[in-house]
Ligand binder design. Structure first.
Ligand code: ZN
Length: 152
């Protein structure tokens, strides 16, 4: 890595640590010429993971698509844009934590449903009804099952 101060390409890493729950690696470097320190961040390249669609075609993971699905489900619900952004962030991090190269649309759908179920019942049911394409009452019951209050 070239030094941002003197532009020499002669650095050494003095410290390495994980940030953002381990999805980012932060390295403290020292320039061997001018002795100044600087920091570099290493993160997964966007689009590293590909989504396998139902017809077996593949496309890069698109966080905007995840966001649009969540926004549709949360429309007219008391959920702020900040909460939606937070959800997208958590879902994206979870996908990157579990999958390395490919993830199926169904698996993304399950992760999104799990997060929505914790956030808002109505948004969760809306998302699930579009996503699971309810064909029967029992499909619906399976989806509302996780919403039942748990005994303490
Ligand atoms: Zn330097």
């Amino acid at each position: 890595m070239r030094c941002p101060y003197c532009h020499a390409d002669n650095d050494s890493v003095v410290d390495t640590r994980a940030a953002e729950d381990g999805y980012v690696i932060r390295r403290k470097r020292k320039c061997g010429k001018c002795d100044k320190r600087f920091i570099t961040l290493e993160r997964l390249q966007e689009g590293t993971i590909r989504v396998v669609k139902r017809d077996q075609t593949r496309q890069p993971l698109d966080r905007e698509k995840i966001r649009r699905g969540i926004e549709r489900a949360c429309s007219k619900r008391p959920i702020s844009s900040q909460q939606i952004e937070q959800l997208v962030q958590e879902i994206e991090s979870e996908i990157y934590a579990i999958y390395l190269l490919e993830v199926a649309t169904e698996q993304i759908g399950e992760i999104v449903m799990r997060h929505l179920a914790k956030t808002d019942d109505v948004a969760y049911i809306r998302f699930a009804s579009v996503y699971r394409e309810f064909g029967s009452v029992s499909d619906f019951i399976n989806v509302i099952e996780p919403l039942k209050p748990k005994p303490n």
